[in-house]
Design a protein around this ligand. Structure first.
Ligand SMILES: *Cc1c(COP(=O)(O)O)cnc(C)c1O
Length: 318
């Protein structure tokens, strides 16, 4: 079996063959009301309807398909990546171990547990959990699966870009949320290496704008702290692999406020009947507040739909 050694449209096409019938081909959804509010033609790539409720299954399956026969896999994530690795491991018949924060809410770890992963609670800082997961991997001869800084993971996420272009070749602009940057690295590579005229814009919360800050500074910046309701986007920095790809292929980096994220969440729910988690709503938040996109054909990626029920208490009442 050939392992991916660099990210390219070829590695993304290979990922697509591997993912084949295992994942859902998610739809491009549309809403007249939201398009009118945005002042252009707005469509939504519905990864909230993907298996495990987010796109992360794409990267996890592509990574695990290349290590079949390994004794097991381990990762450090209480969120969508942990669930995706657990699901993919069960699919390939391997054990999975997921390291989560000591205080992780039960509801978050439940999904990974339900897919058969063993859960270990460890520490409050992501660095501690990362070290624990890596030492667990050495002790048990398991493979550590990173959430974004990995060629096979990025190639898997990139398959979304191929689907977008196939389903709407006339698209002008694609909006993608940025956490550690694996998602946008894959999508931007797929799009720029096949249809360079399509603009790729990365969206971050103002409280976690590491890619934006790096571009402005002209070098790879790590923030001291980040905070946002969009909990899939709060990493302190891009990865060593993702940073140069973002710099090379992403046309523009923009930010949205917490209020804009909540407003987008609410409008997606009530007008388009789309259940987006806050991390998946940032792209719509930007589309609804960006005069520069008026008159354009825009795809907003809804990257996931695993909503913490607590968000309902923070919503506007009107
Ligand atoms: C992980 C995640 C992201 C960000 O992906 P990166 O590869 O870390 O940039 C965005 N949205 C959702 C729902 C996620 O789970």
């Amino acid at each position: 079996m050939i392992n991916d050694t660099s990210l390219s449209v070829a590695s993304i096409q290979a990922a697509r063959e591997r993912l084949g019938a295992i994942i859902h081909r998610t739809p491009l959804l549309s809403s007249t009301a939201l398009s009118e509010m945005a002042g252009g033609e707005l469509r939504f790539k519905g990864e909230h309807l993907q298996r495990t409720g987010s796109f992360k299954i794409r990267g996890a399956l592509n990574r695990l398909s290349q290590i079949q026969g390994a004794s097991g896999v381990v990762t450090a994530s209480s969120g969508n990546h942990g669930q995706a690795v657990a699901w993919a491991a069960r699919h390939f018949g391997m054990p999975a171990h997921v390291v989560v924060p000591t205080m992780a809410p039960a509801i978050k770890v439940h999904a990974a547990e339900a897919f058969g992963a063993t859960i270990e609670r460890c520490g409050t800082r992501s660095r501690e959990r990362l070290e624990r997961a890596q030492s667990y991997a050495r002790e048990h001869d398991y493979v550590f699966v990173p959430p974004y800084d990995d060629i096979a993971v990025m190639s898997g996420q990139g398959t979304i870009g191929l689907e977008m272009l196939e389903d709407w070749p006339e698209v002008d602009v694609v909006l993608v949320p940025i956490g550690g940057g694996g998602l946008i690295s894959g999508i931007a590579t797929a799009i720029k290496e096949t249809s360079p005229r399509v603009r790729v814009i990365g969206v971050e919360p103002q409280g976690a704008a590491k890619a934006w800050a790096s571009r402005r500074a002209g070098h790879h910046v790590a923030l001291d702290e980040t905070d946002s309701i969009a909990d899939g986007l709060i990493s302190l920095s891009l990865g060593d692999l993702t940073y140069p790809i973002v710099e090379h292929y992403v046309d523009d980096l923009v930010t949205v406020t917490e209020e804009q994220i909540l407003q987008a969440f609410w409008l997606l729910l009530t007008r388009a009947k789309i259940v987006a988690e806050p991390s998946g709503a940032v792209t719509t938040a930007y589309a609804l507040n960006a005069p520069a996109l008026r008159g354009q054909r825009v795809i907003a990626l809804i990257s996931g739909g695993n909503v913490d029920p607590d968000i309902m208490r923070q919503l506007p009442t009107s």
